[in-house]
Design a protein around this ligand. Sequence first.
Ligand SMILES: [Zn+2]
Length: 391
Amino acid sequence: MICKFCDIQKTKELINFGSFPVCHKFSKGDKKIKTFKLGLSYCDYCNLFQISKPFPLNELKPIHNWINYNEPEEHLDNLVNTISKLKYINKKSIISGISYKEISTIRRFSKKGYDKNWILNPFKDLRIKDKKHNLETIQKRISSIKNIKKLKKTDVLIVRHILEHCYDIKKFINNLKKMVKKNGYIVFEVPDCEQSLLRRDYVMMWEEHIFYFTKKSFLNLLDKAGFKIEYFERYKYSYESILIAIVSIKNSSEKHSIDLSKPKVFFNNKNLVKDRLAIKKKIKKYKEKNYNICMFGTGHSALTFINILKLEKQIDMIIDDDKNKINMNLPGSSLKIKNSKILQNMNKILIFLGVNFESEKKIVKKIDKLNLKVKYFSVYKNSKYNLLKYA
Ligand SMILES: [Zn+2]
């Protein structure tokens, strides 16, 4: 495959994870759903990790309207502060957001007295017709809209957690540029995959993410896309950090040389086979001691972990307290999702924590109160409950 950013270099596939269903396709009954190949490739011209072949965009459209993705927000107060101190920015500046994901940031600006702000309306501005849509449709409309100039122009455009979803990242970026006034800024935020690549953290993968950025590849892409980096920050979160860049549009075609030596990565097919075996061996030990094997959480991290490590047959129960999901089948599987009350009737359980750092703390506290024999394993390598050894 050709690199999805530079359009020049052929990418090299580092690992092929097999075929998977789309993570959000929960259904009643275990009806057959389509599966697609998931692989991770690398362009050594751009230093850019990317999905080998994106899933068909139509397949990513939500079939339920209760699926939500939450990004960590602890850093937002600081980010708002940083933006408000930028040159040319004052209380009269227009602060804007690209999608519903920016509501919480824009609200923080309003509180500080920045009252000229807007968020792109998916129906009026982007003319999306389908009520059930998410970033897959928003990114496509922003990339493909021809008369985006007719949309309002802004001083600060906030673009958090969508760049990595882009099927045509160059068109997407070009249209963003048209929405920013002279001397304006764009604020990008993406997940930082450097640790996950280094530690072979399989939950990094998600079929909705086309790109898997490191600091270098992120800054290089922004530079090559014609931006000047005005501010950069890596904000550390417990399980997955984020990369933040505030950029302005470059006037000249000056390019910066960014050291693009290949980052360390331990994803490969040999290690995958080894990890699948190691985890099955571990589970077997607990099964022999009559433990019930349970996955707590049904977000994309939990599902990616089950699918990539081929654990469907090893898991006895799948738990989620989201009432919309109760008694639904896990996508493409015969496992039914149950409420956590079911755990009260058990005496020995091995729990895979398929949730983020904050939820993990709450869940462990709740289960500890039940006084069962419990062993915890997290699907995240950075968790203190991590199961597989580092590379
Ligand atoms: Zn490339």
